[in-house]
Design a protein around this ligand. Structure first.
Ligand code: NAP
Ligand code: MG
Length: 473
């Protein structure tokens, strides 16, 4: 059984208390990680500024280190994918895809280390003669990174990669349910040549270890991905320090009657509602389909959903595996049952066995049902007919969230109008809301948070723009 305490100043240190890590499908304990006390967290932050202040690594070297780490991850793909399968319950094909994406996230971060440019600032004002003004981007110092369970490698790299590229030191607290691959990442970055103390990992729960991290005033900036509830808490307790918050969504997808290929749209919408066992922040959840094609769409969606293989995530053919815990699966099932009591129909799926919830298609839902208005974060989609496209856009916007939305249409004018009217961080035309290329700017509005990820944008969040004025009399 592998065992990871805390990674501080380039060394693994033991923990007084330990947390078991379960295989989410079999329930077996396959690893354990430490549970960091306030003192351990403080030691990790001690190690970080020391690294930041004393071992400055040039931008070229930071790029090389991140590139080498990308190569190591590429070589260890199967092992890392299997770790993700076990600790998340993610099916093997999705776990392999996550590792592939992680390589790209690291490469993009490495490239950004070389692009920390500033700009010349013209100051043609009285009294400012003979002055040259320009900006430089400097690292914020110590970045606190708190990550969710659902993409334990790639979302960790979306924080650690840009933070290192920008020249910061990091203290990372991985999700307690899925910490193993993040601990492996610490070893990988060390092997790639990252100086000691630049990345420190403290394991433990959010309410204890995470909270100690938030309360350490030496941390200049927090980068968080997780639920709106915890995001709100982080914003409250970090005062005037910087935060970037990547939070939830109940992603809408509109399928208009002029969609080029309704069957393909149905396939994309349901399968993208179920990848990562429905636990992605941009998982398709609400599907608004024009009434002219609604019946055909539901038929196709049900046919595809019924053909998915459900069960053991280690089986390379499995499409949908367990959720993160039986408790979460019971919660999602209870939302389905509540919707049914309120008049919804289960067109497909809906049954649960342990942590495995069958991929589920709901119809006859109403806007006030939890399955529609809350983030379900489970393999469950709802198909909702509409008559008028303006009404579909209004319903899509009728949400406290605003991360990404999808629209299927062959009308360019409608696509451009919807791009302006859909109040989301990203609008995806002719693909599902789930589309994400790791280099693109990614982040939400409203309760989906603020601040952008994607290495180019995250580097900006993790640096301070400083103005320099040279007086040249
Ligand atoms: P979560 O429950 O909010 O947890 C996220 C992280 O915050 C975990 O590491 C958690 O620790 C920690 N945490 C909890 N309470 C804390 C506190 N008081 N102080 C500091 N840290 C604390 O989210 P999750 O259940 O892991 O992930 C699901 C959510 O993430 C969904 O809402 C999903 O939409 C969102 N998400 C968003 C994006 C995006 O990019 N926008 C991407 C993926 C997921 P422990 O769990 O270890 O206790
Ligand atoms: Mg949670």
């Amino acid at each position: 059984m592998s065992s990871y305490g805390h990674y501080i100043g380039g060394k693994w240190i033991d923990s007084e208390e330990w947390i078991p890590v379960y295989n989410k499908y079999t329930g077996e304990v396959f690893a354990r990680v430490g549970k960091a006390s306030r003192e351990t967290v403080s030691r990790a932050v001690d190690a970080a500024p020391l690294a930041f202040g004393q071992k400055k690594t040039g931008a070229y070297e930071r790029c090389e280190i991140l590139m080498r780490a990308a190569e190591i991850i590429r070589q260890r793909k199967e092992e890392l994918a299997l770790t993700i399968v076990r600790e998340v319950g993610k099916v093997l094909k999705d776990a392999r895809a996550e590792v592939d994406r992680s390589v790209q996230t690291l490469i993009a971060s490495a490239e950004e280390a070389k692009r920390l440019d500033g700009s010349v600032v013209p100051i043609p004002m009285p009294g400012a003669d003979n002055r040259l003004a320009f900006t430089i981007w400097v690292p914020v110092g110590v970045v606190g990174a708190i990550t969710p369970f659902n993409f334990p490698l790639n979302l960790t790299l979306h924080k650690v990669g840009p933070a290192i590229a920008a020249g910061n030191a990091v203290v990372l607290k991985p999700a307690r349910a899925t910490p193993v691959v993040a601990c492996k990442l610490a070893d990988i970055l060390a092997e790639a040549g990252l100086p000691d103390g630049i990345l420190n990992v403290v394991n433990g729960s959010g309410s204890e270890t995470g909270q100690y991290l938030l309360e350490d005033e030496r941390i200049a900036m927090f980068t968080f991905t997780g639920s709106p509830e915890v995001g709100r808490h982080i914003k409250r307790v970090t005062g005037i320090r910087k935060v970037a918050l990547e939070l939830g969504n109940n992603s809408p997808n509109i399928v208009h009657r002029d969609v080029p290929d309704p069957d393909k749209a149905a396939e994309l919408c349901v399968t993208r509602g179920f990848t990562n066992n429905g636990q992605a922040c941009i998982s398709v959840q609400r599907i608004y389909v024009h009434k002219d094609i609604h019946e055909r769409f539901v038929r196709k969606a049900v046919e595809i959903t019924g053909s998915l293989k459900v069960g053991n995530p280690e089986d390379p053919d499995t499409d949908v595996g367990p959720m993160i815990s039986e408790k979460e699966a019971i919660r999602a099932e209870s939302w389905i049952l509540e919707a049914v009591r309120q008049g919804a129909d289960v067109a497909c799926g809906g049954k649960r066995k342990g942590a495995v919830l069958e991929p589920t298609v709901l119809t006859h839902v109403r806007p006030d049902m939890k399955v529609v208005c809350e983030e379900i974060f489970a393999p469950v989609v709802s198909i909702i007919p509409f008559d008028d496209i303006d009404d579909a856009i209004r319903q899509a916007n009728d949400s406290k969230y605003g991360l990404q939305a999808g629209l299927f249409t062959s009308d360019l004018n409608l696509a451009m109008r919807a791009a302006k009217e859909l109040h989301f961080g990203g609008v995806i035309i002719n693909d599902a809301s789930t589309f994400r290329a790791d280099v693109m700017p990614y982040g939400g509005v409203k309760d989906s948070g603020f601040g952008k990820e994607g290495p180019h944008y995250a580097v900006r969040e993790m640096t301070e723009e400083r103005l320099v004025v040279l007086n040249l009399p």
